[in-house]
Design a protein around this ligand. Structure first.
Ligand SMILES: [Zn+2]
Length: 599
C-alpha cells in the first residue's frame, strides 16, 4: 500500500505554529474523508485537538484547488470533479499547550503528539506513513520511537504513528545499553543542574530492575526517555518511548529527584503493563470517541505501586524513603511513598463514595475533569490502586507462606493476556486466585467494586510494619474547621469543603469569602493565627460574603485529625517478619554493572 507522506515545517516557531502538508494516495477516487483524533491513548479526556487546526485546504498535484468541507468537529470531506491519484492537504496547527499529551512549538523546541497532529483517512488504519521534518536552521535534531534517518521517519500504520511522539530542537542526548538494547535519555531544556552520567546510571538501574521482574526480555529494539525540563510535570507512556515533564531544578533536592525517578519507573513499567498487557478495551482504539474501561486501577494503580517499589528494589531509595517513615510523626507524608498514598486515600472522603472500578470507567468525566467537589465525590485510581496492589501483594505472600507474590501474578497475566487479546477484570482476578491458591473472590470483588474502609492489619503484620504513633499522649490538639482556603486578590476564599467536617456540617460553601470571626474582622494573613486562639469543640460564628450577601455561619470546631498514616518498620518485628520485608523490597536484578559499563 502506498504511504501517506507528511511534511512538517516550522516557519514561525516563536508564534507556536507548525505547518503541515500531507499527500494522500487516493487510487482513482474522487472523494476523501479525513479525521483528526479527539483524544490520545493513555490520557482519558476528550481534548478536541481539531480546535487547533487552521486554514485547511486541499489541492491536486497540479495545484488545482479542491473542495474541503467540514462534516464533523474533527472531520473534513475533500471532493474532486474528476478521479485522482493523489490529494494534497495543507493545514496549520497552533501548538502552545505545554503538556505530555498536547502539541508545543516555540523557538527552542517542538513536541508533536501524533493524535493531535496527523490527519488520517476515516476507517483506514492500515496505511504506512512517512513523516519529513524541515527544521529551523538553529535546531540540530529530531527524534522519535519511529525508525528513521535524519529528520525522516516512517510508521507502518496509523496506530504506530500515533504511539510515537516526535521531539525536535537542540536535545542533549545520552545513551546506555541494557540487555543489548539501546536506550536514549533525550533532554530538552537547561541541563546545567543534571549530572547526566549519574542520572543515566540511575535510569539504567530502573530499567534493569523492571526487566528482572518481568523476565520477558526487553520487548523493543530501542527505547527513548524524552525528558522535557520545561517545568510542569507528568508522563505519557508509549510503546518504545515516554514523554516526561519535570523542572530543571529537579535534581536539586532529594525529594524532587526521587519524584523524578518514580516518574521514570512508573512510565517504564508501562512498557509491559498497559502497552503490551492491557485491559481488552484499550486497543485497537476508537480515536474519535471515549473508550471505557473499568480496569485502570490495574493498568495505572499497579503501575504506580511497582513504580515506587522498583526504585526501592534498585537501591535508589532507602526503606525509609520508600515507606515514607523518614518524616517526623504528625507531619505531612512524602508524596512519592507508600505512606503518602495511604494518607491521601484515607483523607479523601470520596473513597467512601466511588468504587475503584467506577473511578476508572468515569475517568473521562471525573479524574481528568476535577473540580472543587472531587475530594467528596471520587477517588483516584492512582491513589487507591497502588494501595490495593500492596494489600494484594501481602495477601498472596501470606497465603503462600512467602512462595509467591504479586510479581508472579503480573508475569502470569503477561504470559496469558499480553498482545492483542487483552484481559477482562475476571481474567486478572482469576490469575490472582490461581497464583495464591486461595479463594479471595469476595475480597477482590469488594476491593474493585466496594467502598468499605480498607483493613491494613494483615499487610502490616506480614511485613512487620506499623503506623508511626502520631503524637505522644497529652499533646494538645488544634482547633479545626475542615475547610481549605486561598488568598485571592487580597480576599480569603474557601476552596474546598470536605464531607463530614465541621465546615461541611455548618454549611460553609466553596467560594465563600471569610470576612470575620465572632464579630471581628479577620484579614487573610491573620486567619491561621486566629484559629490557633480557639480550642476544639468551641462554637464560632464566621461572617462570610456569599455571592455578595453577608451571612453568619455558626460552626462547632473539632480537633484537627492526627496524621496517623506514616508507615515504619515495627521495632518489635520478628526475624521472620524482617525477612518478609527484605524479600519484598530486595533487588531482583542481579549485581548491577557499574555506571561506567552501562554508558
Ligand atoms: Zn501511568
Amino acid at each position: 500500500m502506498p504511504p501517506i507522506h507528511y511534511t512538517v515545517r516550522f516557519p514561525f516557531p516563536h508564534l507556536h505554529y507548525a505547518e503541515l502538508e500531507a499527500r494522500f494516495p487516493v487510487e482513482g477516487k474522487k472523494e476523501l474523508e479525513l479525521f483528526l483524533a479527539v483524544w490520545t491513548p493513555g490520557s482519558y479526556l476528550i481534548r478536541e485537538y481539531a480546535r487547533h487546526v487552521e486554514c485547511l485546504a486541499a489541492r491536486t498535484d497540479r495545484g488545482e484547488q479542491l473542495s474541503a468541507i467540514k462534516t464533523r468537529k474533527n472531520r473534513w470531506r475533500i471532493s474532486s470533479p474528476q478521479a485522482l491519484d493523489e490529494i494534497i492537504i495543507s493545514y496549520r496547527l497552533y501548538c502552545k499547550e505545554l503538556s505530555v499529551r498536547t502539541n508545543f512549538v516555540d523557538e527552542s523546541f517542538a513536541l508533536l503528539v501524533g493524535a493531535a497532529t496527523f490527519l488520517n483517512i476515516v476507517n483506514d488504519f492500515s496505511r504506512p506513513f512517512i513523516v519529513t521534518l524541515e527544521l529551523p536552521s538553529h535546531w540540530s535534531a529530531s527524534c522519535s520511537g519511529l525508525p528513521g534517518t535524519g529528520n525522516v521517519f516512517s510508521a507502518p500504520n496509523y496506530d504506530t504513528l500515533i504511539d510515537c511522539p516526535i521531539l525536535a530542537g537542540n536535545p542533549v542526548t545520552q545513551s546506555f545499553t541494557v540487555e543489548q538494547k539501546e536506550h536514549l535519555l533525550v533532554n530538552v531544556g537547561d541541563t546545567a543542574l543534571w549530572d547526566l552520567p549519574q542520572v543515566v546510571g540511575d535510569v539504567a538501574r530502573i530499567v534493569r530492575e523492571h526487566a528482572a521482574l518481568w523476565q520477558t526480555g526487553l520487548p523493543y529494539d530501542r527505547y527513548l526517555f524524552l525528558n522535557l525540563l520545561t517545568g510542569g510535570g507528568g508522563g505519557l507512556e508509549h510503546m518504545n518511548s515516554v514523554v516526561m515533564m519535570t523542572d530543571r531544578l529537579a535534581p536539586r533536592t532529594r525529594d524532587s529527584y526521587i519524584g523524578w525517578l518514580d516518574l521514570v519507573s512508573h512510565e517504564f513499567f508501562h512498557v509491559w503493563n498497559v502497552k503490551r498487557l492491557r485491559p481488552a478495551e484499550l486497543g485497537p482504539f476508537d480515536y474519535e470517541n471515549e473508550v471505557y474501561t473499568s480496569n485502570l486501577w490495574i493498568a495505572e494503580g499497579f503501575t504506580e505501586y511497582y513504580g515506587l517499589l522498583a526504585v526501592r528494589r534498585s537501591g535508589l531509595t532507602t526503606d525509609e524513603e520508600f515507606l515514607g517513615s523518614n518524616r517526623p510523626a504528625g507531619k505531612e507524608t512524602a508524596t512519592g511513598s507508600l505512606s503518602g498514598l495511604i494518607e491521601r486515600l484515607q483523607t479523601t472522603p470520596g473513597r467512601l463514595q466511588q468504587p475503584l472500578a467506577l473511578a476508572s470507567f468515569d475517568a473521562w468525566i471525573k479524574l481528568y475533569r476535577p473540580d472543587e467537589n472531587s475530594i467528596n465525590s471520587s477517588i483516584s485510581y492512582y491513589v487507591k490502586g497502588p494501595v490495593i496492589a500492596w494489600l494484594l501483594d501481602a495477601r498472596i505472600r501470606s497465603a503462600t507462606a512467602g512462595a509467591r507474590s504479586l510479581d508472579d501474578v503480573m508475569r502470569a497475566a503477561y504470559a496469558r493476556f499480553s498482545g492483542p487479546i487483552g484481559f477482562a477484570e475476571g481474567d486478572f482476578l482469576a490469575i490472582i486466585q490461581e497464583v495464591s491458591a486461595t479463594d479471595m473472590k469476595d475480597w477482590l470483588q469488594s476491593l474493585a467494586h466496594g467502598t468499605d474502609e480498607l483493613d491494613y492489619g494483615d499487610a502490616l503484620n506480614w511485613f512487620g510494619l506499623r503506623f508511626k504513633p502520631s503524637a505522644p499522649p497529652g499533646t494538645p490538639t488544634k482547633a479545626w474547621t475542615g475547610f481549605a482556603t486561598k488568598t485571592e486578590a487580597g480576599r480569603l476564599m474557601v476552596t474546598q469543603v470536605p464531607r463530614n467536617t465541621p465546615a461541611w456540617d455548618a454549611g460553609v460553601s466553596v467560594d465563600d469569602e471569610i470576612l470575620g470571626i465572632d464579630g471581628y474582622r479577620v484579614r487573610p494573613d491573620q486567619w491561621e493565627q486566629r484559629m490557633e486562639q480557639y480550642r476544639p469543640l468551641e462554637e464560632i460564628s464566621i461572617l462570610v460574603s456569599r455571592r455578595e450577601r453577608l451571612l453568619d455561619v455558626t460552626l462547632r470546631l473539632a480537633a484537627e485529625p492526627l496524621r496517623a498514616w506514616l508507615l515504619e518498620l515495627d521495632p518489635g518485628a520478628s526475624e521472620v517478619q524482617r525477612q518478609h520485608f527484605s524479600s519484598w523490597v530486595g533487588a531482583l536484578a542481579s549485581t548491577l554493572a557499574s555506571v561506567g559499563e552501562l554508558i
